[in-house]
Design a protein around this ligand. Sequence first.
Ligand code: IDP
Ligand code: MG
Length: 137
Amino acid sequence: MERSFFMVKPDGVERGLVGEIISRVEKKGLKIIAMKMIRVDANLAKKHYAEHAAKPFFRDLVAYITSGPCVAMVVEGNNAIKTLRDMTGKTNPKEAAAGTIRGDFGIDVCRNVVHASDSKESAKKEIELFFRPSEIL
Ligand code: IDP
Ligand code: MG
């Protein structure tokens, strides 16, 4: 069993894709063990995306992720990290395969609907950043 951090980003919430995305996660056999709607503030955004701090798109990324509510989740299951990354698809929706969340719904490389942890280390870091232990059921 493995845990990953998974989040519907502001464009996904605004466009009413939360139900569709949660449904895909559940139908895949993964279990949602924590979930909340949150407004990410600049402080949390900078911690979450710290690895991108030096990138030219960092300011836009922080502005985007703080622009509206997100739906954050902890998802558990066999191989949950890779399974969610595969379901998410490539970062740029133009390159993401049909059948992936970004391939089916993504608009551009910034507004790409969802976030999924990319490794065991980032999953642990991100779960701790967004959830208190008592919020994980
Ligand atoms: P990932 O979300 O597929 O792991 P990362 O490379 O970790 O992709 O980038 C984090 C987020 O930063 C992306 O999901 C996207 O929202 C944004 N991003 C990545 N590359 C670009 C870019 O070239 N321009 C604008 N935004 C970008
Ligand atoms: Mg990433």
